[in-house]
Write a protein that binds this ligand. Structure first.
Ligand code: PLP
Length: 375
């Protein structure tokens, strides 16, 4: 790895943590249950191709992506696992879907019919999972109609229905709603035991609902990020650390102001460190004046507004702090820790958005990976 890489702002991903989380989560479901690792949105910010290849090496049975481009990038990198496209596919994408042997999500007979026509023109049979809407209200056939639509879909010669699934809308905070969703789909799952049936996402597995059918689709928990404090005792290990460096240090007198909008005025003199990370890297502006980063293990408050490329920290209480010091925006440092969950609370969002928002200009470094990674 080029040492230039570590000069400014980067992400490190720990393959040992991914393996630990995979094994831990696998133990929460029956041995025979398959695992689909969800790697969409650049592998939840961890890096699509690197993480996809690693999860293949670790033992995932399937990968789940959002769209054809993500699936094609995995195929190009040599991933041979079956890959499910979790979003709807446009007719003009069908040729590539078939070429890359990706599995489609189909939500209705009408949608299936259009895709079947193209598959037949290409003289191919496309594998599909039929999605059933049990309360998510996004993709899927509304469940009372699902049995009939499924039997019609199974007659289309260009499509091979290989799976059935639904998606839980509130597994993290509404067990009653989740149970209702499960009840709406489980008879159809039972009638179609020749198909791969799946429903559970991370919270459904970590909260141990037991709704695993024969495959679970795991995203956030696989990356070691607890959804909230209830997941804390599980022992998941965050795989991602987001780092930067101190690029400038100066003493600032009482009465002076900091950053755009002059939203922070010093009551007493402070020592400030300018850090090479900003909203241009995907670090939310909402952390302005409330967030913290770790320097030499100390929690340092952000002063003033987060700017595009730089953040200002108060390092008055950090002995020996100097230019070049490593700064941690997410992760651990000398006993201190800042979690994606903590950032999510500050930014009034969810940990999924904190991770997937880490930008393309932030290089990712992979440590302790079994699969070979391009530098
Ligand atoms: C259809 C589907 N299944 C599974 C997942 C994984 O969810 P989680 O990250 O909660 O495990 C997602 C994530 O958005 C999804 O859209």
């Amino acid at each position: 790895m080029n040492s230039l890489f570590y000069r400014r702002c980067w992400v490190e991903v720990d393959g040992r943590a991914l393996r630990h989380n995979f094994n831990l989560l696998h133990r929460l479901v029956p041995r025979s249950t398959q695992v689909m690792a969800i790697v969409k949105a650049n592998g939840y910010g961890h890096g699509l191709v690197a993480v996809g290849r690693e999860l293949q090496a670790i033992g995932a049975n399937w990968l789940g992506v959002a769209n054809v481009a993500e699936g094609a990038a995995l195929r190009e990198a040599g991933v041979r696992l079956p890959i499910l496209l979790l979003s709807a596919t446009l007719p003009e994408e069908m040729e590539e879907v078939v070429h890359e042997t990706l599995t489609l999500t189909v939500s209705s007979w009408n949608e299936g019919k259009a895709l079947d026509r193209i598959a037949r023109l290409l003289r191919k049979k496309a594998e599909v999972h039929f999605k059933i809407d049990t309360g998510m209200g996004r993709l899927g056939c509304w469940h009372p109609r699902a049995r009939e639509e499924l039997s019609r879909l199974r007659q289309l010669p260009g499509l091979a229905v290989k799976g059935l699934y639904t998606h839980f809308a509130s597994a993290d905070d509404d067990p009653g709603f989740t149970r209702t969703q499960w009840k709406a789909v489980s008879p159809l799952f039972a009638e179609n035991s020749d198909l791969l049936c799946h429903a559970a996402n991370s919270p459904a597995v970590t909260r141990r609902y037991g709704f695993h059918a024969n495959l679970v689709r795991l995203g956030l928990a696989l990356y070691g990020v607890p959804i909230d404090r209830r997941d804390g005792a599980l022992g998941l290990r965050p795989a991602l650390t987001w780092k930067s460096r101190v690029s400038f240090i100066h003493e600032v007198d009482a009465g002076r102001t900091v950053s755009y909008g002059a939203t922070y005025r010093l009551r007493k003199a402070e020592r400030h460190a300018v850090v090479a990370i900003g909203y241009g890297d995907g670090y939310f502006r909402l952390h302005s004046n409330i967030g913290h980063m770790l320097v030499r293990g100390h929690r340092c408050p952000i002063r003033g507004r987060v700017t595009m490329d730089q953040v200002i920290l108060d390092v008055t209480h950090v002995p020996g702090c100097r230019v070049g010091d490593e700064v941690v925006a997410i992760g651990q440092q000398r006993g201190g820790e800042i979690t994606a969950g903590e950032l999510a609370v500050e930014a009034k969002t969810i940990p999924w958005e904190i991770l997937t928002n880490i930008g393309a200009r932030v290089p990712r470094a992979y440590h302790h990976f079994r699969s070979k990674q391009a530098a």
